[in-house]
Structure formats: structure tokens, C-alpha cells
Write a protein that binds this ligand. Structure first.
Ligand SMILES: *[C@@H]1O[C@H](CO)[C@@H](O)[C@H](O)[C@H]1NC(C)=O
Ligand SMILES: *[C@@H]1O[C@H](CO)[C@@H](O)[C@H](O)[C@H]1NC(C)=O
Ligand SMILES: *[C@@H]1O[C@H](CO)[C@@H](O)[C@H](O)[C@H]1NC(C)=O
Ligand SMILES: *[C@@H]1O[C@H](CO)[C@@H](O)[C@H](O)[C@H]1NC(C)=O
Ligand SMILES: *[C@@H]1O[C@H](CO)[C@@H](O)[C@H](O)[C@H]1NC(C)=O
Ligand SMILES: *[C@@H]1O[C@H](CO)[C@@H](O)[C@H](O)[C@H]1NC(C)=O
Length: 350
């Protein structure tokens, strides 16, 4: 063809410029292929680009025609990688990725206590789909705890179902009268083992010792087993503080015993006080004193305003202190002066 074109040039120079023009191979476009691959293209010849698998034309033209100038029009084609839809979130796990496009890789991992079921990685394929099926994170399971053969220790599942999963708890129990030593509950841990398994032991408590100003009810002098209890009482006039019962604990100690709180004598020979909202004479009505926790109100005099106000005093385990403002009245003054309990009440408690 070349020699022939050269001959044409000799015949007509003006014609030669056009006739001899051909296009070279069109420019390469990244991620695209050409339908015709030659070294030289005739004027008017058309080529078509196709994006490679996994890529899509984003902008620009795919078809170009060899121009009479022997050049190709400016190439505007851009092939971009196809995108895969973002994988759905992985429950109890996470995904590591940079992009969701052709040939990108996503790596899956599970939170502690969860096992990955399925493939650890997935790739975005040319068809815009992820390889394989997406994995799942399934909770670790714990096998039933191994218990001694003759079930002194047993357990109860606190969650429905007969398989224990990560973070499920079980509750252990000992057959009475054995005491449970250790943690009563166990949790299924991330590595598929139980957090702890208690043991059952024989526990006894010594003969209980009595309490001050009180007694043990119906107690037999013997040692007691775990979870047996005794009850206490107080001497007349004493008030019990705390639980009436004490239990033999798994430490071999008795649980806290109650205390008997003492009554109070009122350390005044003569006085009128308020007791349960009523005026009482100490020397007659309250000569046996008051119980622990009870309160009486004393009358004190405000001389300037010639009125009376009250001050409350509580009996605290046999302790009772007269208020400083209270004046015990002698025989003579009680004849000539009004008792503060009969005076008008001060408006503001001075
Ligand atoms: C769970 O219990 C059901 C019924 O009690 C039983 O059919 C099933 O086999 C048990 N599954 C396992 C894994 O033990
Ligand atoms: C017992 O184990 C549970 C977990 O199963 C834990 O939360 C709890 O703190 C433990 N109790 C004691 C007293 O160690
Ligand atoms: C399982 O994990 C616990 C702490 O959660 C650890 O004490 C124990 O040694 C682990 N057991 C195994 C078999 O890895
Ligand atoms: C201890 O005894 C009481 C009854 O006095 C009972 O209700 C309780 O379940 C017992 N506890 C244990 C751990 O055996
Ligand atoms: C239980 O008794 C033991 C001695 O047997 C003692 O060391 C321990 O402090 C007691 N525990 C409590 C809670 O009183
Ligand atoms: C009662 O008084 C005694 C001594 O008089 C004192 O040791 C004790 O702490 C007092 N109790 C209260 C509860 O104030």
C-alpha cells in the first residue's frame, strides 16, 4: 500500500497530502481493550473501546473515528472499577476494608466470645458481587460443667435452651446440709470454659454464744450445721436491735447476732415532761424509766420572754442526759412560781 500511495503523490501533489494520511494505533486507555488492534488505521475507520471486566465506562466516548488529519479525536474515555454493595454489618464482629470496589478485600473478625463461621475474607468480583457467602459470628458455647459423680453439686441454667453460650450464667446448688464454698454463679467465658466451679463441704458452727442482756431461745448445746439458725430474746425492758435470728454461715461463723439495748432511768426527782404527747410526772408515771429509742420532752424557761419551750431527749442504750436548760425545782420555788410546763409556749423555740 505504501509504494502505491507514494506513486499517487507523484501524480498529484495536492491530493497526496490527504490520501496518504493514516492513523497510528489509538491511545491506550487504562482498564480498556480495543475491538481492532492494528498498527495503522485508515481515515474514517472506527474503533471501539470496551472496559475490562470489573470496570465500567464512567464518562467520555467509547467510539472514535480516524480523522483525515491522521489523528484520533481527543480520547475522553475513563474506565472505573465497579463497586460492590457494602456488606451488611456483621453482628458481634467487625469488617476491615479500604474500599468496596472491584478487587477490594474485606476482612471479617468477631468480638471476643464469638467464633467466625464462614470465610474470613471476601473479594469484590467483576460482576459487582462479593465472593462466597458472608460469614457470621456465633457465640462460643460452654459444655455442661463436669460435676462430681454423686451430685452433691448441681446447677441450674438461668437461660432457656440446653446449650450454654458466651455470657450465659448457671447457678450452682449443694444438697443440704452441705455448704457451697466458692462462687454460686458461673459465667460461660470467651474461651468456652466456666468462670468458676464451687465445691460442697460439710460446715459446722460452734455452740452459739449468748448475747449481753439477752438469751438464746430453745438452744441445745451442740454444734450446728450450715444454714441452721438460732433465735435470741432480750431481758424484760430491753429492746432488740438487729435480726432475731443468727444463721450458721458457710464460713463456720454465726451471722451477726442482735443486741439488747438498755432502758433509761430519768435522772430527775421531780419534773413534768411530755411523753407520747402527754404531760407526765416523772416521779409517778415514769419512775420505771423509758425504753431504748423512746423520747421525752423537757420544759425549759425563757426568763426574758417568760415563756417555756421543750427540748427532746432520747434514751440511747441506757444513756440519758438531762438538757442543760432544765432546772430541777426545789420545794420552795415550786410553791411560789409557776412550773415551766404551765407557762405559755414561746413562739419561736429559743
Ligand atoms: C436439647 O433438648 C432437646 C429436648 O430436650 C433435645 O431434643 C435436643 O437434642 C437437645 N439438644 C442438645 C444439643 O443437647
Ligand atoms: C461470681 O461470678 C460472677 C460471674 O459469673 C461475678 O460477676 C461475680 O462477681 C462473682 N462473685 C464473687 C463473689 O466473686
Ligand atoms: C479461659 O479464660 C479464663 C479467663 O477468662 C482463664 O482464666 C482461663 O485460663 C482460660 N482457659 C483456657 C483453657 O484458655
Ligand atoms: C437455708 O434455710 C432456709 C430455711 O431456713 C431456706 O429457705 C434456704 O433455702 C436455705 N439455704 C440454703 C443455701 O440451703
Ligand atoms: C469467721 O471465722 C474465722 C475463724 O474461723 C475468722 O478468721 C473470720 O474472720 C470470721 N469471718 C467473719 C466474717 O466473721
Ligand atoms: C453510754 O454511756 C457510756 C458510758 O457512760 C458510754 O461508754 C457509751 O458510749 C454511751 N453510749 C451511747 C450510745 O452513747
Amino acid at each position: 500500500m505504501q509504494p502505491l500511495a507514494l506513486l499517487g503523490c507523484l501524480v498529484a501533489l495536492s491530493h497526496c497530502a490527504l490520501a496518504s494520511k493514516v492513523c497510528p494505533r489509538p491511545p491506550e486507555v487504562l482498564f480498556a481493550t480495543l475491538n481492532v488492534d492494528k498498527k495503522v488505521y485508515e481515515v474514517g475507520e472506527e474503533v471501539e473501546y470496551t472496559c475490562r471486566p470489573g470496570f465500567m465506562p464512567n464518562s467520555g466516548q467509547r467510539k472514535y473515528t480516524c480523522l483525515p488529519t491522521g489523528k484520533w479525536p481527543f480520547n475522553t474515555l475513563l474506565c472505573l472499577p465497579k463497586r460492590c454493595p457494602p456488606p451488611p454489618p456483621l453482628q458481634n464482629g467487625k469488617m476491615d476494608f479500604e474500599e468496596f470496589q472491584y478487587q477490594s478485600t474485606v476482612t471479617f473478625s468477631c468480638d471476643p466470645g464469638y467464633n467466625l463461621v464462614g470465610s474470613r475474607t471476601s473479594q469484590c468480583m467483576a460482576d459487582g458481587k462479593w465472593t462466597g457467602t458472608l460469614p457470621q459470628c456465633q457465640p462460643v458455647t460452654c459444655a455442661p460443667p463436669s460435676l462430681p459423680e454423686f451430685g452433691v453439686l448441681s446447677y441450674r441454667r438461668l437461660n432457656p435452651g440446653n446449650v450454654s453460650h458466651f455470657l450465659d450464667t448457671i447457678l450452682f446448688e449443694c444438697v443440704p446440709p452441705l455448704a457451697l464454698i466458692g462462687n454460686e454463679t458461673a459465667t460461660c467465658t470467651a474461651n468456652g470454659t466456666w468462670s468458676s466451679i464451687p465445691v460442697c463441704k460439710v460446715v459446722t458452727c460452734p455452740t452459739p454464744i449468748g448475747i449481753e442482756n439477752g438469751f438464746i431461745e430453745f438452744a441445745v448445746r451442740r454444734t450446728y450445721h450450715y444454714n441452721e439458725s438460732v433465735s435470741f430474746g432480750c431481758q424484760p425492758g430491753y429492746v432488740m436491735e438487729g435480726s432475731k435470728h443468727s444463721r450458721c454461715e458457710n464460713t463456720g461463723n454465726w451471722s451477726t447476732k442482735p443486741a439488747c439495748r438498755a432502758p433509761c432511768k430519768i435522772p430527775a426527782k421531780k419534773a413534768v415532761v411530755l411523753y407520747n404527747g402527754e404531760k407526765k410526772r416523772v416521779q409517778n408515771d415514769l419512775k420505771d424509766g423509758i425504753m431504748h429509742g423512746e423520747t421525752v420532752s423537757f420544759f425549759c424557761k425563757n426568763k426574758e420572754k417568760s415563756c417555756a419551750y421543750t427540748v427532746d431527749v432520747e434514751c440511747v442504750d441506757g444513756n440519758f442526759t438531762l438538757p442543760a436548760c432544765f432546772k430541777e425545782r426545789g420545794f420552795f420555788s415550786s410553791l411560789v412560781k409557776k412550773d415551766p410546763s404551765d407557762m405559755k409556749a414561746c413562739e419561736d423555740e429559743a
